[in-house]
Design a protein around this ligand. Structure first.
Ligand SMILES: *Cc1c(COP(=O)(O)O)cnc(C)c1O
Length: 377
């Protein structure tokens, strides 16, 4: 026998996830020093975390810190009490409705594990974040794909028809959507909440939309038994490397999530970093405002290039259709110049690149590299 026959069949048939290369590996491959790379491929925060976070992490590791160096040798709080209390103030919901994860990514997987038996259907609306389909596959679910319209808005009647015919248990919505940058209008979410399924609204980028007056659906959770909202510290708070996300869930659901959560899923470093971030909101919001201002400048500069069609964004990235030449070739030409952008090898996004909003200097670098690359290709 082959021991590989022992594998779960749906795992054996799964496409492997294409991981992002670590920066040092990429720098060595390109022959460009790390500090000269312009990293605009993963929507990270160019200003990093708050100085209070850096200090809190240093204190954790220091023998002179609050609990001494030994605090790292002790398991973290499985109930996430201090962070959930701090988040309660931030999102305006009771701590009892909040559960934190090692990134929002962990919570996407946890929610799917809670509902899916093999073959159960999940509705996904691409182009969107890849983790919903990835984790549906890992959890042996059946992915029902309802593509967005040409303007990247949701096809509501098609979602309703798919829900009826597939008897899907879950629907993932992203607002603002990654990689298209547009918000999902609250009225559309309200309509979809009438479906007999759980609606998970991923607001990973909502902090970049809120200064413009966009509204989160977090306040709706107490009124809708089938609404869950996910958030993360990775983007607005500059903590992608620490892995902290959270969700606001209805009572019946959070009780079940607590049962299946790994007890120590949130590391001490992640909890410490997130609490310190919430104590320095004004600092972090000022950086969000700089990124939002830079987004508008980047959009204008990209729009002036004859071979790109950038889409307006409510987030910290801009999706661009490459209207002349090949998008993958353009991504590789930029990479050779040390500018990293995101390319998707998927049917719906073959002609697109996504550029994260960085500092003003990074905007100038990506525009110069784009002008150079268009001459070269
Ligand atoms: C980046 C991203 C996440 C992942 O957040 P983590 O907290 O880093 O796991 C979730 N949803 C969307 C739409 C994202 O783009």
């Amino acid at each position: 026998m082959s021991f590989a026959d022992l594998l779960r069949p749906e795992i054996a048939g799964l496409e492997p996830y294409t991981p992002i290369l670590p920066l040092d590996v990429l720098a060595a491959r390109l022959g460009i020093p790390i500090e000269r790379l312009v990293k605009l491929d993963a929507n990270e925060n160019p200003y990093g975390p708050s100085p209070r976070t850096t200090q809190a992490l240093a204190d954790l590791a220091s023998i002179d810190g609050p609990a001494g160096r030994l605090s790292i040798a002790i398991y973290p709080d499985p109930a996430q009490t201090r962070l959930r209390a701090a988040l309660s103030g931030y999102v305006g919901q009771p701590a009892a409705s909040i559960l934190c994860g090692a990134g929002a990514d962990e919570l996407i997987d946890l929610v799917l594990r809670l509902f899916l038996s093999p073959g159960d259907a999940v509705i996904d609306c691409p182009p969107t974040f890849g983790m919903y389909s990835f984790d549906t596959g890992v959890n042996a679910g059946r992915l029902i794909t309802v593509p967005r319209r040409a303007d990247f808005s949701l096809d509501i009647p098609a979602i309703e028809a798919a829900a009826a015919s597939s008897r899907a248990k879950l629907l993932f919505l992203t607002s603002p959507n990654n990689p298209t940058g547009n918000l999902t209008p609250p009225a559309e979410i309200a309509r979809l909440l009438r479906l007999p399924l759980l609606v998970v609204v991923d607001e990973a980028y909502m902090e970049f939309a809120e200064p413009g007056g966009a509204t989160s659906v977090i306040p709706w959770v107490p009124r809708h038994a089938n609404l869950a909202v996910l958030r993360t510290f990775s983007k607005w708070a500059g903590l992608a490397g620490m892995r902290v996300g959270y969700g606001i869930f209805p009572d019946w659901m959070i009780a079940q999530l607590w049962k299946i959560k790994q007890p120590y899923n949130l590391s001490l470093g992640a909890e410490t970093a997130a609490i310190a971030s919430l104590s320095d909101i004004d600092y972090l919001r000022a950086n969000v405002a700089r990124i939002v201002a830079e987004r508008d400048r980047l959009l204008a500069r990209l729009g002036a290039l004859p071979f790109l069609l950038p889409h307006p964004s409510e987030s910290n990235f801009i999706l661009c259709r490459v209207t002349q030449g090949d998008a993958h070739a353009l991504k590789l030409a930029l990479e050779r110049a040390g500018v990293l952008v995101r390319y998707y090898n998927t049917p719906l996004l073959r002609d697109y690149i996504r550029i994260s909003v960085g500092t003003p200097a990074q905007t100038d670098a990506v525009i110069a590299a784009l002008q150079q690359a268009s001459v070269g290709t």
